[in-house]
Design a binder for this molecule. Sequence first.
Ligand SMILES: O=C(CO)[C@H](O)[C@H](O)COP(=O)(O)O
Length: 224
Amino acid sequence: MENLKKQVGIKAAEFVKDGMIVGLGTGSTAAFFVEELGRRIHDEGLNIIGVTTSSVTSEQASKLGIPLKSIDEVDFVDLTVDGADEIDSKLNGIKGGGAALLMEKIVATYSHDYIWIVDESKLSENLGSFKVPVEVIPYGAEQIFRKFTTAGYAPTWREDDKGNKLITDMHHYLIDLHISEIKHPEQLAQELDLTVGVVEHGLFNNMVKKVIVADHDGVKIIEK
Ligand SMILES: O=C(CO)[C@H](O)[C@H](O)COP(=O)(O)O
């Protein structure tokens, strides 16, 4: 599995050209992409600026010597490459398994090009085998949790390794929704967008046009 993740990370780095502002995703797959960019900067003198999507990626990119700017310091991002937790046949996706969905969605929104890199296990016909993370403001969060319980979404709190409610990079909580089959992700996204106290959610509908997938036969590109 690590090898498949590495293959897509390296493949995605081929789309990065000199002078680009590059969005750097979060997670174990995106980490291979970031690592490859670090190698190209070091070995080939590649000249880029990175915009990171989490504190974890900022730390990795800094160690690799990738020059960084925040999303507010650039006019736009040329290309963002990120992982995903699940992708349906229409290329809608669920992200946020690594708790970085808010920064990831913001950086993706201001990117001209956006690519997901995954191994084949992330592809499915309909979304729902992965939980839908919802980032909420702590004030009133228990009310939102109860509302999701009533709606039948079987919510759980995302916890840190000490069993406390996880606090995201942007100082919010995460509630994970366990909905077994999401046939209409746009409808669910709209409902979540309209819930007071919800900052963002992990449904990335209609945002990506290119997915790089690896399986044991090699790497392929799926395009919309
Ligand atoms: O959305 C994310 C982080 O918030 C990640 O991209 C997603 O969880 C995939 O991670 P991995 O490549 O480790 O499977």
